[in-house]
Design a protein around this ligand. Sequence first.
Ligand SMILES: CC(C)(COP(=O)(O)OP(=O)(O)OC[C@H]1O[C@@H](n2cnc3c(N)ncnc32)[C@H](O)[C@@H]1OP(=O)(O)O)[C@@H](O)C(=O)NCCC(=O)NCCS
Length: 175
Amino acid sequence: MLRVKLLTGRHCCEHLIVTELREEHLREAYIVEVESFERPYPWEYFRFIAALSSGYSLIAICNGKIAGFVMAVPYEGGLAHIANMAVTPEYRRCKVGSALLSSIEYLLENNGFSLVFLETWVSNHAARRFYEAHGYRAIRIIPGYYEWGEAAVVYVKLLRQGIIGRDVPVLSGSL
Ligand SMILES: CC(C)(COP(=O)(O)OP(=O)(O)OC[C@H]1O[C@@H](n2cnc3c(N)ncnc32)[C@H](O)[C@@H]1OP(=O)(O)O)[C@@H](O)C(=O)NCCC(=O)NCCS
């Protein structure tokens, strides 16, 4: 289990704790999901992703309340997929997302993962800026990926030099 205690440089949280997401946290984490997305996952699907990412799911607790979560699904070959991540609107731009992302990357890297990938919808500018600020590189557009018809942009980040190789092709042109 990873348990990291962080003090933020801003005023949003006196104490931000990043810790493992466990079964008893799921209901409260799902409130973050509902508050965060226009089209939240149904509860059962949210639970399903949490089960797939068991051992690689974290929550951020801010002032005693779950303020965000991240779920990474492990694959073979050193790959991990960030399948879900959100910070409740009240605590955005407070580095809660950054603490979660850095913590999951640390956890993954220390468990032998070398490459993280994720996707988000093209018009999700906040998330795209966020991932780009954390060193993720857009490598691919998948047209019509989402059920509402929008394209997905796929991001990757190398955690360390593994079998994948040194260079990851970067998507060029405007998205
Ligand atoms: C994306 C998300 C997780 C970011 O969480 P957060 O806690 O607000 O992010 P941080 O405070 O750690 O931001 C770190 C940096 O990312 C970038 N960033 C984050 N949100 C941004 C925004 N709305 N606009 C532009 N840049 C942004 C900035 O560079 C920011 O640093 P700064 O605040 O010093 O400028 C959050 O906006 C969210 O939950 N969005 C809705 C759910 C979602 O889209 N999830 C991802 C689906 S794949």
